[in-house]
Ligand binder design. Structure first.
Ligand SMILES: C[S@@+](CC[C@H](N)C(=O)[O-])C[C@H]1O[C@@H](n2cnc3c(N)ncnc32)[C@H](O)[C@@H]1O
Length: 295
């Protein structure tokens, strides 16, 4: 959805932009090409992504700056660097395909590897550590919060009983546990949704998203645009809520976020065919509007 993102985001060829999930730099490159005199700050929690984005954007010289960090603290970090009144900010949530396809990162149910799932492997709890300590109710809750349609209680009970007798240290252990519990209901879709729900819990993804949606609009100039690509319904719900006017109009001098179009945009059928991971993508764009005093 690079063309749609750049069309919504880049109105000023000399503007300042932030890509807070820079990944391997694909969207960042599109933004820098669309804003030939603009500058971009890229951020990612994953050191491998930061290295890949720096290499991909090296040709843009000082116009591109890439740092490692969590987007939850992006508003403060941008302000510390003097990056205020931004023209556009992009969040492309979730996982980059390079990390999904690396067995050592433990994100994929299709590849055997350590059950890690951390975006930043230098800190925090791995998925194996989380599963070793979590109680059944909390586990069922996080599976229910995720995209899992099968009975989350049944899956949670299966995991708890498995861990009493056997290891849950590798992705293949978790797959074996789910297959033992669910039999033919352990479809690729179900396995994928359990892995995604665990990844979201390990990385506290909803907490980080809530924080950035609350703080980043203030980093935009009036008229600046926030684009968010989400892959899970609970992510998209939060973005939608940001653009919804609830209650009275904010006081004069305050601001609100106004959607650029109604509903989320989905990838074109051709893109979905080329890139199966893009199928669940939903793009929303919101403009920061200053509320003016009546004249
Ligand atoms: C779908 S990929 C982005 C791909 C990117 N748009 C591109 O064109 O290559 C999402 C990226 O967000 C990063 N990420 C996820 N949560 C993050 C967070 N809280 N803070 C910073 N980066 C995060 C992941 O490490 C991953 O590289």
């Amino acid at each position: 959805m690079i063309e749609e993102v750049t069309a919504a985001l880049v109105a000023n060829p000399c503007g300042r932009y932030a890509d807070l999930t820079v990944g391997e730099g694909g969207h960042a490159r599109g933004i820098l090409e669309a804003a030939p005199e603009g500058r971009l700050m890229g951020l990612d929690r994953d050191a491998e992504a930061v290295a890949a984005a720096r290499a991909a954007l090296a040709g843009f010289g000082e116009r591109a700056l890439v740092e490692r960090g969590d987007f939850a603290g992006a508003a403060e970090r941008l302000a510390e660097r003097g990056w205020r009144d931004l023209d556009g900010v992009l969040l492309d949530l979730g996982l980059r395909s390079g990390a999904l396809d690396d067995p050592a990162r433990g994100f994929s149910y299709r590849l055997d590897g350590p059950l890690d799932m951390r975006f930043d492997p230098s800190r925090g709890e791995t998925a194996a550590e989380l599963l070793a300590r979590i109680d059944g109710e909390t586990l069922a809750g996080l599976l229910a919060e995720g995209t899992t349609r099968a009975d989350p209680w049944r899956i949670a009970a299966g995991i708890l009983s498995w861990r009493e007798r056997r290891a849950l240290a590798r992705t293949s252990d978790l797959v074996a546990c789910l297959r033992a519990r669910l039999g033919r209901r352990a479809t690729p879709k179900l396995l994928g949704s359990v892995f995604a729900a665990l990844r979201m819990a390990v990385n506290l993804e909803m907490e980080a998203l809530d924080r950035v949606l609350e703080t980043i609009p203030a980093a935009l100039k009036p008229g600046g645009v926030l684009c968010v690509i989400s892959y899970q319904s609970q992510e998209d719900r939060r973005v939608k809520r940001l653009g919804r006017r609830a209650g009275p109009e904010p006081p004069p001098g305050d601001w609100r976020m106004e959607p650029l179009w109604k509903g989320p945009r989905r990838p074109a059928p051709e893109e979905a065919r080329r890139n199966p991971r893009a199928r669940s993508a939903r793009l929303r764009a919101l403009r920061r509007i200053l509320v003016r005093p009546p004249s």
